[in-house]
Design a protein around this ligand. Structure first.
Ligand SMILES: Nc1ncnc2c1ncn2[C@@H]1O[C@H](COP(=O)(O)OP(=O)(O)OP(=O)(O)O)[C@@H](O)[C@H]1O
Ligand SMILES: CC(C)(CO)[C@@H](O)C(=O)[O-]
Ligand code: BAL
Length: 245
């Protein structure tokens, strides 16, 4: 809904697509259980004045003879690209299709999926899509947890423990911005997640905000990103890290 609100400020007509894209889920991921709530989504979008709700079906998107894949080197390689092989090929491919189907002037994506946003920006520049890409700041619950459809996988106890993710990122970002050792701050954040009973930490990393390449000294806009598993949920989050003026 934050994306829709921002879109309404920028465009005369807002189109929303909803498509749970099989190409971006790995064989052992949660495609089957991924939360779907078509009727509720449709009612909320209608209420918000969305002109078109575009919900293609899987057979229409990927007929039996479908053969094209879009792969973006560099920005897709690390972080979630490493943890979820093929994920960003699936994202780029479906977003290219959706762009060609809808032909928007402006397209909005959430910063919660920060690497996805960077991958889409790269693709749009490289392939001359001529679409303005807008990143929308992450919407959070009162305790800091980023809104995500996967939060429904959390038990009440895990939901409380999950607060550790935004807290650890906030603490590490503050430490790095005030000149603290980067490796030490990342290690402390990872330890805080383990302490809060996250079962596995895929990564806690400081990266260049545009290229997502690892950063060892804070010289320009950076992003601190993390992915970790708690119970049945794999949560991702990220925060900006800016050098002092
Ligand atoms: N907390 C958030 N704040 C802002 N944008 C968000 C947030 N969560 C998701 N989005 C954005 O909403 C769009 C749709 O995302 P999607 O349908 O994958 O939902 P999701 O809640 O991110 O799902 P999940 O986190 O379980 O993968 C994407 O552009 C995504 O970046
Ligand atoms: C970008 C996207 C629409 C591709 O399926 C999806 O990953 C999402 O909604 O974040
Ligand atoms: N972020 C969109 C859904 C996915 O994780 O594949």
């Amino acid at each position: 809904m934050a994306l829709v609100g921002e879109a309404r400020k920028r465009a005369g007509h807002v189109v929303v697509s909803i498509f749970v894209n099989p190409k971006q889920f790995g064989p052992n991921e949660d495609l089957a259980s991924y939360p779907r709530r078509a009727a509720k989504d449709s009612a909320m979008l209608n209420e918000a004045g969305v002109a078109v709700l575009w919900v293609p079906d899987v057979e229409a998107m990927y007929p039996a003879d479908y053969a094209t894949n879009i792969s973006i080197a560099g920005v897709s390689d690390g972080l979630d690209g490493a943890a979820r092989p093929g994920h960003f090929d699936g994202v780029a491919t479906v977003v290219a299709k959706l762009f060609n189907q809808v032909r928007p002037d402006v397209a909005l994506f959430g910063e919660k999926d920060f690497q996805q946003l960077a991958v889409i920006r790269r693709m749009v520049a490289d392939l001359d899509f001529g679409i303005e890409i807008v990143g929308v700041p992450t919407e959070r619950e009162e305790d800091g947890l980023a809104l995500s459809s996967r939060n429904v996988y959390l038990t009440p106890e895990e939901r409380v423990q999950a607060r550790a993710l935004p807290r650890a990122l906030g603490a590490a970002a503050a430490a790095i911005e005030s000149g603290g050792d980067i490796a030490e701050a990342l290690a402390r954040a990872e330890a805080a997640l383990i302490e809060a009973r996250f079962q596995s930490v895929d990564y806690v990393a400081l990266c260049d905000a545009a290229t997502l390449q690892p950063v060892t000294a804070l010289q320009g806009p950076a992003r601190l990103l993390a992915a970790a598993r708690i119970g049945a949920a794999r949560l991702i989050d990220n925060v900006p890290v800016m050098p002092k003026q």
